[in-house]
Unconditional design. Structure first.
Length: 408
């Protein structure tokens, strides 16, 4: 939610930079016209105006290159910008979800739900670290990435949960753990409320990353102040719907200038991201439809799962970022208190995009959690069914060697 506000402010700042550059060039040109009739030794065309204006205009269209170099660290993860081919799964409301699967087809399933404005590409590290042991399923939320919107163009958390149920059903009879980041965590909570019959049967556990239990406007760093201006924010969001071409043009100009990268760096990350991570996030929030993002933001403002948390009696791993200003730690702590089997993991350096910047910490904890949940109740005879070659391909360092590899 706060990401959208950061993005819009960045776009307006970038537009102001471009306008200022244009004004300097125009003022230089007008000055030349005025001074042309005068004798040459009296003319001062103030060429600094031309150079200043030209530099500002150039930055407005090329600034993302130096900004990316300054704000991101070098890392060998450029492959994250390439998407897997995937398959298409149609939902009951007509949305066509782009779904990507990695890992052993017979293994238990981890279904990852990304944050709003992003796409399934952000789970690159999760696939790298977890797909040798489990089947990792990632997908683009309806209307984002390569997924299409529902037929009627309407958005709600209930619909996102229904879409998630479509993926859970497609994984049957294999057991599943649901992993949700930000709005993905809100979607997982809504799923638990709408489909309690699946909990403990097919869905054996959930992982909630940097998420909230209520209207995210209430649980940002600005808290109730932002919530108080929701009557103003909602009409502004609807402007993005009605004026989508203009909003998209502003977003792209902001992306080219590097203003979007700047907003994502300081709004989303608690540590220094890699250049590819920063580019991936900035590119996603720019490519994705402003109208779709606005509809999702409005849906989040009308959502609350606080009272339902005590009924979600299922093992839950809960990540809380100490440097998260989009979803403050107090939101995660409330979930930890109210959800009976929640296990909080506090990561003081993690910003809202902790699953990217501290991917190793997040995914290592998820691997341990999944190992425990999926092997619970395994029979000792199952050990004989695991060949040495199979065992060699598992994440052996993340569980005791004597535990059996058991697919349920």
């Amino acid at each position: 939610m706060l990401f959208s506000l950061f993005q819009r402010l960045a776009a307006l700042a970038s537009l102001a930079l471009l306008a200022m550059g244009g004004w300097f060039v125009w003022s230089w040109w007008r000055l030349r016209e005025i001074l042309d009739p005068l004798p040459g030794d009296l003319i001062d065309t103030q060429d600094w105006r031309l150079w200043t204006g030209g530099a500002l205009i150039a930055w407005s269209f090329l600034g993302r290159i130096p900004v990316g170099l300054l704000l991101g660290r070098a890392e060998d993860d450029g492959a994250r910008l390439k998407r897997l081919p995937g398959v298409t799964l149609e939902t009951a409301d007509g949305a066509r979800l782009h779904v990507e699967r990695s890992g052993p087809p017979e293994a238990p399933v981890l279904i990852f739900v990304h944050g709003w404005g992003l796409d399934a590409g952000v789970w690159w590290e999760a696939r790298q670290m977890l797909a040798d042991r489990y089947q990792v399923v990632t997908y683009d939320l309806a209307g984002l990435g390569r997924s299409t919107p529902p037929r009627d163009g309407k958005y709600s958390l209930d619909r996102f949960a229904d879409d998630l149920m479509t993926l859970v059903s497609a994984s049957c009879p294999r057991k599943v753990i649901l992993v949700g980041h930000s709005i993905g965590g809100m979607t997982v909570q809504t799923f638990c409320r709408r489909y309690p019959e699946t909990l403990g049967r097919q869905v054996l556990g959930v992982v909630l990353e940097n998420t909230t239990h209520t209207d995210p406007m209430r649980t940002t760093v600005l808290g109730e102040a932002l919530h108080a201006v929701e009557p103003v924010v909602k009409p502004l969001m609807r402007l993005d719907i009605w004026l989508q071409p203009l909003a998209w043009l502003l977003n792209w100009q902001s992306y080219l200038s590097g203003a979007t990268h700047l907003a994502m760096r300081f709004g989303g990350f608690g540590t220094t991201p890699t250049k590819a991570q920063l580019e991936q996030v900035a590119r996603a929030v720019t490519r994705n439809s402003p109208a779709v993002q606005a509809k999702g933001n409005i849906a989040m403002m009308e959502w609350d799962a606080t009272e339902a948390l005590p009924e979600m009696r299922i093992p839950a791993l809960l990540f809380i970022g100490g440097s998260d200003i989009v979803t403050v730690p107090a939101a995660g702590e409330t979930i930890a208190r109210r959800m009976p089997q929640a296990r909080p993991v506090h990561l003081e350096e993690a910003g809202h995009l902790g699953p990217l910047e501290l991917a190793e910490d997040y995914n290592r904890a998820i691997a341990r959690f999944a190992d425990e949940i999926f092997t619970r109740g395994a029979r000792s005879a199952d050990i004989a069914s695991v060949s040495p070659a199979e065992e060699e391909g598992t994440i052996r360092a993340r569980r005791p060697p004597q535990e059996p590899r058991h697919y349920m």
